[in-house]
Design a protein around this ligand. Structure first.
Ligand code: MG
Length: 339
């Protein structure tokens, strides 16, 4: 791909995409926040608009996943969960989403019906309403099947928004479950390996899992590790916070099947998307309590404390043999069209 055209890497949630956003998108927008709320420039999971004693949280997400139906989910579930989760990791109660669909001429109405039922079921899990939408059709050779764009709206009390840039030295790092499930199951499915593995996507709304922990006011920073995976999320949190992170490899939960698929496919499970997980910094003295709360939820059973925030500028992993390596941010998510 020539350098003056968009390539797949420009949408792959790594450094290539960050550069495009900084140089071509943010540069062209003049007003990027309202009344001192979280702004477009912050590139957090959502933005906020302060309103009296509250802050409204808004986030938007376009979904181009391929294939539309995959083990553990479909584009309807991911369109609802992805947006609900970006609102949730801002520390805000998700209230509603909007749903805009661009559909290819010839698309089966039965499939659209299944996708809508799945989107609705996912919203119901988090008590989220679908309050507006748009439906467009394009000629069969102009678009690939179906693209869904969802916008999420949530609410938090003023001062209780959780950012991704506020880790403090001494905080413990918690992940709410096994890493790499979504990206690795999707890639295995695409490669025709679905009969060799029962790996499924983790796509799920995380609000019910984390709401009690948010109420404890123990979470210092939070992010959902979607495109670019855990490696991207933890590096972004550390960099924005101006701190280092030290992780213990043996404590990081990864399924055996994910390890196996990652070795077969040559893909790093830390660099692929998760769609039902949260990475959080937690006050050290409340870390065990938060872990206990999260583990009570069905999506948080495999949650673990995996390390801590330290002074420095790198994310380091302590390996089982006692060495340390730097966990870098990926250039791009190795699995394209993952969400
Ligand atoms: Mg996010």
């Amino acid at each position: 791909m020539s350098e003056d055209k968009i390539g797949m890497g420009h949408g792959a949630g790594g450094e290539v995409m960050s550069n495009l956003i900084a140089e071509t998108i943010l540069n062209n927008i003049s007003k990027k926040s309202v009344d001192g709320g979280v702004s477009l420039d912050d590139l957090d999971d959502g933005a906020t608009i302060p309103l009296g004693d509250y802050e409204i949280v808004i986030t938007t997400d376009g979904h181009t996943i391929n294939p539309l139906f995959f083990p553990g989910g479909d584009i309807g579930r991911i369109s609802a969960a992805g947006t609900i989760n970006d609102v949730s990791v801002m520390g805000a109660k998700p209230l509603a989403i909007t749903n805009a669909m661009i559909i290819r001429e010839g698309f089966p109405i039965d499939d659209l019906d299944k996708i809508m039922k799945s989107l609705d079921e996912t919203c119901r899990e988090a008590d989220v309403a679908v309050i507006a939408g748009d439906t467009k059709v394009m000629e069969h050779d102009k678009i690939d099947e179906l693209v869904i764009v969802t916008t999420g709206i949530g609410i938090a009390k003023k001062g209780e928004i959780v950012r991704d840039s506020t880790l403090n030295v001494g905080d413990k790092i918690i992940v709410t479950g096994t890493l790499g499930d979504h990206g690795m199951s999707l890639m295995s499915f695409r490669e025709g390996m679905e009969f060799e593995t029962d790996l499924t996507s983790d796509v799920a709304p995380v609000w019910n899992m984390i709401k009690e922990a948010i109420d404890l006011k123990a979470i210092t920073a939070m992010k959902d590790p979607t495109r670019g995976g855990f490696a991207n999320a933890i590096n972004e949190m550390a960099k924005k916070s101006g701190v280092g992170v030290l992780l213990n490899q043996e404590d990081i939960p990864i399924k055996k099947e994910v390890h196996a698929a990652s070795e077969m496919l040559g893909i790093d499970p830390y660099e692929v998307a998760n769609e039902g997980k949260v990475v959080m910094g937690v006050k050290a003295e409340l870390a065990d309590k938060v872990l206990e709360i999260i583990k009570k939820n069905k999506y948080g059973r495999d949650a673990a404390i995996i390390g801590e925030v330290i002074e420095g500028e790198h994310v380091l992993i302590e390996t089982p043999v006692g060495g340390q390596r730097i966990l870098e941010s990926p250039i791009a998510d190795p699995v394209p069209r993952v969400c």
